[in-house]
Design a protein around this ligand. Sequence first.
Ligand code: BGC
Length: 432
Amino acid sequence: MTPRKFPLLKKSLFRFILFSTILFIIITTLISSSFNSRQVPLIYSLSFCKNESKSLPFSIPESYLLIPYREFALRTSIACRVFKFDNPTKNLSSLHPKYSKYLNGIFPYVIPSQNITFDDIEKFYTDLSSLNYSKEAFVPRHTSFATNLTFANVPYIYKNGMWEPIEVQSYQRSAILVPLQGRHYNAKAFLLNLHAYFRRQLLTYAIFIIEQTYPMNKFNKGRLYNTAFNYIRQNKSLNITCYILHDVDLIPEHDSNYYSCETMNPKHTTSRVRQLIRGNYVKYYEFLIGGVLILTYNHYEELNGFSNLYWGWGGEDDDLALRFVQQKMCVIRPPFAVAIYTGTFESEKTLPHPKGQRNNQRFGLLLWSTIRLKTDGLHNIETLTRIVEVKRWTTFTHLKVNVDITNSKDTSLSTSKVTTTTAKLTPTTKKK
Ligand code: BGC
C-alpha cells in the first residue's frame, strides 16, 4: 500500500507548486502595472497651471486648469462608440457617392510640374466640360502639364457657381473650404487632383480657397474657416447642405472614402496619411479631428465654429474637438482601409511647403477652451475679419481675407468694399 501512495503525493505537491507560481506571477504583474500607471501624472500640479495662466490674456478660475490637455488628448478618443452611416437607397435623383459608377478604388494622385498655373487647371477642367457631351469628346486633351495623369472622364457641367454631374442629381450640395497662406503650389496640386476625385464620386460641389492676406506673419485657420462658412451661408442661392473642411496639403487616395455629410454625426476622414518620402502611412492620435472634417450646417452652428484665438500652426482643431466633447458630439470615421491620404507637406521633396510657425500658446488656450464656446467663434467673426477680395474661377472661388481688421494698419483693407471679379483666362494655345 505505502509504495503506491508516493506517486500520488508527488503529483499533488507538483500541482500545488505550479498553482502557487502562477498565482504569484499574476499578483506581481497586477501590482506592478497599477504602480506603473500611478507613475503617469493624471493631473498637473496647480503650480504648473498657475504659471501657464500668467501668460494668458484673461483671468481663469483655477478649477478650470486641472486637465492637462496633452494627457487628455492622448487618452481620449473622439470617435463615436455606436453609430450608423447613412444608408440611402440607389436613387438617381439623389445619388449617394457610394453608388457612383466611376469609383476606382485606390486612385493615383498626380504631381503637377512646378510651373503649373491656376489658368492651366481652369483650362483643363473647363475645356472638358465645354465640349459636347459624347463619350469621345470627354477624353482629356490637355495633359502636358501633369505627368501620368489618369483621369476618369465624368460628364460635368458648371452651373450657378457649382459643378454638377450631368447624368444624375447628387445626394448633397457641398462646399469645400480650404484655408491657405503661401503654399500656392499645394493649392494647385489640390485642385488638379480633387476635381477629378469629386467627380468620380458624382458630387455637386464648389471649392473655396480661403487665403489669408493680412497679417502675413501669422496664420489663423479658425478665423479663415469661420469667415468662409459665414460667407457661404449668406450666399443662399448656392444652397449648400454639406461643408467639407480640408487641409490644402492632403490628397485622398481611395475613391470609397465618401465625401458626404452624415446626418447624425460629423465625419473625420483622415485616419492615415502617407508620407511621400518614406511611403508609409502614419496614424495620428484618436482625439484628432484635423485634416479633413465633413459636417452639416447644424453641426457647425452648434459648435459655434472654431475658436478665433489660435495664431500660428496647431491647436485650433484640438480646440474644436473639445467643443465636440462639450456639446456631446463625436465623430465617425470611414473604414481604416479607405481613409487614406497622401500628405504633401513640409519635408517632402516633391511637394514642399514652408513649415508653419508653431503656436506655443496653444496648450494654454486649450486648457480653458470650454469656457469660451459661446463667445468665441462663428458668432463674433464679423467683428474680427473681412473678405477683401472675391475672385471667381470656375474651378474655385478665391476668397482673400484680412483676419485682423482691428489691428490692420492698412485702413484701406478694413474700410474699402469687397472687390468681386471673375477670372479671365489667357487664350488657349493649342497643345499637342
Ligand atoms: C496639433 C494639431 C495638429 C496635430 C497633427 C497637434 O499637436 O495641435 O493642430 O492637427 O498635431 O499634426
